[in-house]
Design a protein around this ligand. Structure first.
Ligand code: GAL
Length: 730
């Protein structure tokens, strides 16, 4: 008995020693990720496991990485030298990547997450799906996050990924919090028990042979996102017309009804550049033929060209699922997957033959007659709409990978085989996207229709190389209508989607003038907005962006300047604040829309620096929180401009972008100092800008005068002369 006890004691000491050994070395079953390759300064990649049969999101980028720009960037140090990234391949086919974080680090991103951009301490299923209840499933679940410590991580693999961000405490990690007693005695003063003790890592888990991980470091948060966008080919540059106002008509409208709608827009003097036709333009929809319903549109070419004469561009709704009545059905049948969607076949666009069939048909029947682009619907989900994960496709691409990339496949195919091939730019829409998509000229949209989610989408999109349409459809009253119009007017793509409601911008008499005003303001800001998109294209800087990408954004009245510390803050990152209901529109204008929760009064956090009311030039604050009312702004959308910004605008609103060409400009300088601005110009339509055919006007404003220099003169002028200068300060 004694011997037995001694043996048990001896054994348990051995076990304890073993456990201690594990603890001392830590994470012993994980393999260190060692062979990082440098892509460009500040960007490193590694392949973990076997990538030979895996598909990467970067395979679907519209343009190659802009290495010439990336190579001129600074060379930050690799963020995981001291605390390495690791991985493990389980024997069930699962691979897990372990990226160390610390508990004070905030993690932002993961694509179009409409419930907020701070994703610290979450578990997310990054799967393309119709936006529902969060948990990571969304229209564009991009596996890219950025950390408040100044780096980004991109899992460049087209698989379902589940990310445990600071969740899941490994027993052998050396950075776990100390366990606390949940029911302490009253006299024991201990900290509050945490139901979810933070963990010091992001653990990304997927079933795959391998995964590619890309680490991006930069000088600040904006620089990290810009490098990600440059790696994805640089941001998309839409045609100028894409930045005007879009109106999607009722799904069953015919040519005469569309024309009548357009005439009404001019009667009400409401800007209009793009008309979207919804499903009824086809002979059959859900599943689709992509062929014109001649009972509604007897002469598609004549109709399209007529509208083009009025500078109105047509965009066509579609989803990809092909009806047995489509002329291309028989040819496409063998090139489609095992399962159908709404009883339409699902083409396998990984196959060049399938791409050729559809792009030839689209070119012949739509784009060659003057159609400007598409709205690619239903490439997202839910599970009970789309093909199952076990569906098979003739290219051998797994159903899961098809799900994660179908939206990207459609974007790339149309970009390359239709628009770029025929040297004509598009701005189009798509309901699913994913990683490395910045160079695609497609804006995402959703049926969610929640006002705060729609505003949040602007910030979320800006962190992951996406564009976003917080469209308007209907409202319960004039105030809601106006607030929604104001948000859409200050988004990537300004659209009324009346496919079901048939509503018109003048739906609510009491706000029609205000609706017109905000759309007019968007039109006046075209030179400013177009230049912001050119910066997206050339420098990767998102045209609209989350406040956390703004330097010196802090809740405190003083800037919290990050101090350089090689361990804790190797990038001297400033303190950033997660704020989803205000954002930057271009480099200088802060937008804080009213919405259902705050329809009449709201607060706005102003970063450090002087900020001026856009309309009056009044100095409103510096590093503070202000409260504003709709009444004090005459129901306008709250807009604030940074000290020394020069805003280039058209002197007057125009009814469409066609009238913007050659239109005289006004400059507004905010504050008392001098300021500079760049205006980008090109032909607004083709890809000739990629050959250097563009123009840059550099303008300096000081002492009440401006000086203009054309620093690059590769194209004709786009906008007119500067006729007016206003110094906006009170
Ligand atoms: C929905 C889409 C709407 C509209 C509608 C037409 O899926 O989100 O915007 O296009 O289809 O049937």
């Amino acid at each position: 008995m004694k011997l037995a006890r001694t043996l048990i004691f001896f054994l348990s000491v051995q076990i304890c020693m073993l456990a201690n050994t594990v603890n001392a070395s830590g994470l012993s079953d994980l393999v260190e990720a060692k062979d990082w390759q440098t892509i460009s300064p500040g960007i490193w990649k590694i392949e973990l496991g076997d990538m030979s049969n895996e598909i990467r999101y970067t395979d679907f980028a519209a343009e190659p990485p802009k290495l010439e720009v990336l190579n001129k960037k600074s060379s930050p140090i690799f963020p995981f030298n001291q605390n390495p990234a690791r991985y493990i391949q389980n024997n069930d086919g699962r691979i897990m990547v372990y990226i160390p974080t610390d508990l004070t680090e905030t993690i932002y991103g993961y694509g179009l997450q409409l419930d907020g951009i701070d994703k610290s301490r979450t578990v997310l299923d990054l799967k393309v799906d119709h936006w529902g209840k969060g948990n990571g499933k969304t229209h564009a679940p991009v596996p890219f996050y950025i950390s408040s410590k100044g780096y980004g991580v991109f899992f460049n693999t087209a698989r379902y990924i589940k990310v445990y961000t600071q969740v899941g405490n490994r027993k052998d990690a050396n950075n776990n919090p100390t366990p606390l007693d949940r029911n302490p005695l009253p006299e024991d003063k201990i900290g509050e028990w945490d139901p979810q003790p933070g963990a010091g890592a992001v653990e990304a888990s997927l079933i795959a042979d391998g995964v590619e991980v890309i680490i991006i470091a930069g000088d600040n948060m904006l620089d990290i996102v810009s490098r990600y966008n440059l790696l994805s080919g640089g941001g998309a540059l839409p045609p100028l017309w894409g930045l005007g106002f879009w109106n999607r008509v009722h799904a069953e409208h015919n040519a005469d009804q569309v024309k009548a709608d357009i005439a009404e827009f001019s009667k009400y003097n409401i800007p209009l550049d793009v008309v979207g036709l919804e499903p009824g333009w086809q002979t059959k929809s859900y599943p689709n033929t992509f062929e014109w319903q001649t009972k509604r549109f007897a002469d598609p070419e004549g109709f399209t060209k007529d509208l083009l004469k009025q500078n109105i561009y047509l965009n066509l709704w579609q989803n990809p699922y092909i009806s047995p009545e489509a002329k291309i059905y028989d040819k496409m049948y063998p090139l489609s997957g095992s399962h159908m969607v709404w009883l339409g076949i699902v083409p396998d666009y990984m196959l060049p033959e399938a791409r050729k069939i559809i792009t030839d048909q689209h070119w012949n029947d739509h784009i060659s007659i003057g159609i400007s682009g598409y709205k690619i619907d239903e490439v997202d989900g839910f599970d009970n709409w789309l093909w199952p994960d076990h569906a098979t496709f003739p290219s051998g691409t797994p159903g899961e990978v098809m799900r994660q990339t179908y939206g990207l496949q459609m974007q790339k195919m149309m970009y390359q085989d239709i628009f770029k091939k025929h040297n004509t730019r598009t701005l189009s829409m798509v309901r699913a996207s994913n990683g490395a998509a910045a160079s695609h000229p497609y804006a995402l949209y959703s049926d969610s229709y929640d006002q705060l989610e729609y505003i949040t989408g602007i910030s979320a999109a800006s962190l992951s190389g996406l564009l976003w349409v917080p469209e308007i459809r209907s409202a319960d009253n004039g105030r809601e209508w106006l607030m929604r119009f104001q948000t859409t007017a200050f988004s990537h793509l300004a659209q009324l989607n009346a496919w079901s409601s048939g509503t018109k911008p003048w739906e609510f008499d009491d706000v029609t003038d205000d609706v017109r005003d905000v759309l007019n303001l968007r039109m006046q800001l075209l030179p400013y907005l177009y230049t912001a998109f050119a910066d997206y294209n050339q420098k990767g800087i998102p045209p609209l962006r989350a406040m956390l990408l703004e330097q010196n954004f802090s809740t405190k009245s003083e800037v919290i300047k990050g101090t350089l510390d090689s361990e804790d803050n190797p990038y001297a990152t400033d303190e950033v604040v997660n704020r989803n209901d205000q954002y930057m529109f271009g480099p200088s204008i802060l937008v804080a829309p009213f919405y259902d929760k705050f329809p009449e009064e709201r607060d706005v956090l102003l970063p450090v620096g002087n900020w001026y009311d856009f309309y009056s030039g009044e100095l409103v604050g510096n590093g503070t929180k202000i409260t504003i009312t709709a009444k004090s702004l005459d129901n306008k959308i709250p807009l604030y401009v940074k000290e020394s910004s020069v805003i280039p605008m058209l002197t007057k609103a125009v009814i469409n972008t066609g009238e913007a060409y050659g239109h005289p400009l006004e400059l507004r300088l905010y504050g008392t100092n001098s300021g500079t601005v760049r205006i980008y110009e090109d032909d607004g339509k083709t890809f000739d800008y990629q050959k250097g055919n563009y123009r840059i006007r550099e303008i300096t404003v000081s002492n009440g005068e401006f000086d203009e220099v054309i620093s690059k003169n590769g194209s004709k002028a786009m906008f007119g002369k500067i006729e007016k200068l206003r110094i906006m300060t009170k």
